[in-house]
Write a protein that binds this ligand. Structure first.
Ligand code: FES
Ligand code: FE2
Length: 398
């Protein structure tokens, strides 16, 4: 390889590496800091309690004041740098367990018990805006005023005739592997065949889909059309930037309605992802609703990462949907390594969604680096029909 070719390859490899970076000094970290990120389930932090969370490589203390309001501050005391979530919530303030320094929800130090009163002025830690939506706590780590909380919203989660279910898994790999996977509908015909059971197993076929991708106001619309016997099954992902996949999924039990789900692939740091799921299921009979609630209660604490060795040995959970699909995706994505080596892949025509996402990410990074404006992503307000069966002839024109 001559030196010009070597330099070109090194530049291409650097461009690939940049996609997976999350810390504040990186271009991708700056792109990611322009969005609201879900960081925890609301019910994971009770009034008067604090917990440690990590987002984009930043260690944070999430606590809920006695009023019930959630607050988020840097998780290091300004004094001797111990973790603040190990301390005590007092009203809307958080006190360090080490020597009792106390901070308000803006991060301002308001008390140092062993020092002269008033001498704490000018001492503080970082604090960040939070917003709770549908039982999830979202945070904003960007500079300046956050945008209105709008892009993560979906009409279906705000309907009165749905039950909402939430869950969370933490996987030891980079967020972009999960995001790219959600724009790769072909994998459903293969990865989700492994160990399949139940209604989902019947709904998933090995038919290779026709794929179409289009950049939208909010992100990317992915259309996957699977045709068989004169009928076509169309599935759409109303995918929202920078990583939220919104799709329709089959029911747990035969005959029930399909459900809608958003999966957020939240970067904890470069090698860990917080996979947060919100499911909306149409209410039905009290017995069917209770059955669904029991099913989701049973899934609540499943984390594929805790079954790593079993999964890689081919032992999948016996489950009709949530645990199984999560396990299948986990095996595919962890199989790529903690951070996929994108410089050595061979993308093919079925990877058009992955390629589109990367082009958009590079475009946004370049805009930030050159000081020009990034895209102003907007929520698609009208509900999108995510799944339908139509004539194959009609699908061919999709
Ligand atoms: S480390 Fe927090 S008060 Fe000393
Ligand atoms: Fe999948």
């Amino acid at each position: 390889m001559n030196s010009v070719t070597k330099q070109g390859s090194a530049r291409a490899a650097d461009r690939m590496t940049s996609l997976a970076e999350t810390s504040s000094h990186t271009s991708m970290g700056k792109v990611l800091r322009r969005f609201w990120h879900p960081i925890a389930l609301s019910n994971s932090v009770a009034p008067g309690k604090a917990k440690a969370v990590r987002l984009l490589g930043e260690d944070l203390a999430l606590y809920r004041g006695d009023s019930g309001a959630a607050h988020l501050v840097a998780n290091r005391c300004a004094h001797r740098l111990t973790r603040l979530h190990t301390g005590w919530v007092e009203g809307e303030q958080l006190r360090s367990m080490y020597h009792g320094w106390k901070y308000d929800a803006n991060g301002q130090c308001v008390e140092r018990p062993a020092e002269r009163p008033g001498s704490e002025a000018g001492i503080g830690i970082a604090a960040y805006p939070v917003h709770e939506y549908c039982g999830l706590v979202f945070a904003w780590l960007g500079e300046g005023e956050p945008p209105a909380f709008d892009l993560p919203r979906k009409a279906v989660f705000e309907r009165s005739d749905v039950l909402l279910f939430r869950r969370q898994e933490i996987w030891p790999c980079n967020w972009l592997q999960l995001a790219e996977n959600s724009l790769d509908a072909l994998h459903v015909s293969f990865a989700h065949q492994t160990g399949k059971v139940g209604v989902f197993g019947e709904a998933v076929t090995t038919i290779v889909p026709q794929l179409h991708y289009e950049e939208t106001l909010a992100g990317i619309r992915q259309t996957a059309v699977r045709s068989e016997g004169g009928k076509s099954h169309v599935r759409i992902s109303d995918w929202t930037f920078p990583y939220a996949n919104h799709v329709s999924i089959p029911p747990i039990r035969a005959g029930a309605s399909w459900m809608e789900v958003s999966n957020w692939m939240v970067p904890i740091d470069d090698t860990q992802t917080n996979r947060i799921t919100l499911v909306a299921a149409k209410t039905s009979s009290p017995a069917a609703d209770a059955d669904l609630q029991r099913y989701f209660d049973g899934c609540e604490t499943y984390n594929a990462a805790e079954h790593h060795d079993d999964l890689f040995a081919g032992k999948y959970p016996e489950d009709p949907l949530i645990r199984l699909t999560s396990a299948q995706d986990y095996v595919a994505l962890m199989g790529q390594g903690a951070i996929a080596d994108r410089a050595n892949e061979r993308l093919a025509s079925s990877d058009r969604g992955v390629a589109m996402l990367r082009r958009i990410l590079w475009r946004e990074m370049e805009a930030i680096n050159s000081g020009s404006s990034t895209k102003q992503w907007r929520r698609i307000e009208e509900p999108v029909v995510l799944v339908e069966s139509i004539d194959a002839a009609c699908a061919a024109r999709t």
